[in-house]
Design a protein around this ligand. Structure first.
Ligand SMILES: C[S@@+](CC[C@H](N)C(=O)[O-])C[C@H]1O[C@@H](n2cnc3c(N)ncnc32)[C@H](O)[C@@H]1O
Length: 272
């Protein structure tokens, strides 16, 4: 029987991804040339407002070099690499998609950050870690793929140290159902959006106190308007990861934000 996790895994199946990335990265020079997280930002920051959004989250959370960070639903690892570079912290990424984890490891070799950044395959609903070991947990554009939010936020709380911080940056439901396909769901079968208020109601009972609560829809709309005005994104971009329909999926996310169907939430919580 196909369940929610299988459907989500299938959405991010990305067959042959590492080979495609190797070919696409030839645009930056030979294979032995070290790349920077900033150079990769067009193809490895898989969320609205790309590099800027991750950099802002790192500052909001007050990450320091002695902290241990877990990125849940780490994708191909762009946020993990950027945070490690910006703050000198250790970052572990976990993701459901095996091809994404392989690609994240390959890209981390290319940036030479293997000493600080590592990845493993696993589910956010059953994190493969002991309790109370991370100072920070990051969840960036992942919750909308997860139906069982109570379990998700309980798992995040379990792996955090008391007093640790949970940062969530996600797409939220507004007044109306979104238009599909969107970057996380080609059909409603892999989309489990909540409103911002319902998200908070799911997070706080898991053992969290709200520190920062921000509606970032306007910043997202401005970013999409600038992207549209500047024409097709330069290669290589997230089309390498998600396939040739990625531009259409992104255009629909922009449309949903412009029409007020969807919003963007940034929030920081403290583990109580
Ligand atoms: C839109 S991408 C965001 C990736 C990354 N957070 C970023 O911002 O670049 C969503 C990611 O969440 C992962 N994901 C979705 N459901 C998951 C789950 N239950 N457990 C772990 N990862 C999951 C997907 O495999 C995908 O890599």
């Amino acid at each position: 029987m196909t369940n929610d996790l299988d459907r989500v895994r299938d959405h991010y199946r990305a067959t042959g991804l590492t080979e495609r990335l190797k070919a696409a990265l030839a645009a930056f020079g030979p294979e032995d040339k070290r790349l920077t997280p900033e150079q990769l930002g067009g193809l490895d920051q898989f969320h609205t407002r790309g590099l800027a959004a991750t950099a802002e989250l790192g500052k909001l959370a007050g990450i320091t070099a002695d902290m241990s960070v877990l990125d849940v639903g780490a994708g191909v690892g762009g946020p993990a690499r950027l945070l490690a570079e910006a703050h000198g912290c250790r970052v572990t990424g976990v993701d459901l998609s095996e091809p994404f984890v392989d690609a994240a490891r390959y890209l981390t070799e290319r940036t030479g950050q293997g000493g600080l950044v590592s990845f493993q395959t696993g589910s956010a609903l059953e994190l493969p870690f002991g309790g109370g070991i991370f100072d920070i947990v990051l969840l960036q554009h992942v919750a909308m793929n997860i139906a069982d939010r109570a379990r998700l936020y309980r798992e995040i709380r379990r792996v955090l140290k008391p007093g640790g911080r949970f940062l969530t940056y996600d797409v939220v439901l507004k007044d109306d159902e979104p238009l599909y396909p969107v970057p996380w769901a080609r059909t409603p079968a892999t989309s489990f959006l909540l409103t911002a208020a319902a998200t908070r109601e799911a997070i706080e009972p898991a053992g969290f106190r709200t520190l920062i609560w921000q509606d970032d829809a306007e910043a997202a709309r401005t970013w999409f308007a600038q992207l549209q005005a500047s024409g097709p994104p330069p290669a290589p971009n997230l089309g390498v990861v998600m396939g040739p329909d990625f531009a259409a999926l992104t255009a629909n996310l922009a449309r949903n934000l412009m029409q007020g169907r969807l919003g963007i939430l940034t929030a920081v919580f403290e583990a109580t």
